[in-house]
Design a protein around this ligand. Structure first.
Ligand code: GDP
Ligand code: MG
Length: 163
């Protein structure tokens, strides 16, 4: 398998922070594929001896809510086409938003393997708030803090199991 992991989610949930952590910890090189897709970053990660490619999506500038939603839909569909596993990142600080619901619906219909990542769980006091994300209907939740790195090990254990 080619082992391609895509990171999707609405803006500001911490996708790029997670991306940097996944590749930085494995001391991999980020390849900025200039001229190909300016709105995506590609990198390499490794966990328990298993190497994989990571795509960070959604680094674009948005001007209106319409562009916003259609751009995100585009990125989600690209990820479904390209990736073996999709990490769908949501934000415990905001809870479930309409856009989260919309993305979850697309992902459920796709039948793609999804890891649901609840980010910004910086300390244990935030774990109760994270439970609502079971309501997205995507199975298990993986609570992490991309800022501190907490929880990323368990998330990666589950991720590499899906290849
Ligand atoms: P993206 O738009 O989804 O790529 O989100 P970014 O990675 O750019 O992060 C958006 C904001 O969330 C930034 O201010 C980050 O510092 C912050 N952030 C990202 N991860 C965490 C986290 O685990 N905990 C907290 N408290 N903030 C975070
Ligand atoms: Mg980003």
């Amino acid at each position: 398998s080619s082992r391609i992991v895509a990171i999707v989610g609405r803006p500001n949930v911490g996708k790029s922070t997670m991306f940097n952590r996944l590749i930085e910890q494995r001391k991999a090189i980020v390849n900025e594929t200039a001229g190909v897709t300016r709105d995506r970053n590609y990198g390499k990660g490794e966990w328990n001896g298993i190497e994989f490619s990571v795509i960070d999506t959604g680094g674009y500038v948005v001007n209106s809510d319409d562009i916003f939603e259609s751009e995100i839909n585009k990125q989600v569909h690209l990820a479904i086409d390209e990736a073996d596993v999709i990490t769908f990142v949501v934000d415990v600080e905001s809870g479930i938003t309409d856009l989260d619901d919309a993305i979850a619906s697309i992902l459920r219909k796709s039948g793609k393997k999804v890891i649901l990542v609840v980010n910004k769980v910086d300390n244990h006091s935030r774990i109760p708030d994270a439970q609502e994300f079971y309501g997205l209907g995507l199975g298990e939740i993986y609570c992490i803090s991309s800022m501190t790195g907490s929880g990323t090990g368990d998330m990666l254990d589950a991720l590499v199991e899906l290849f």
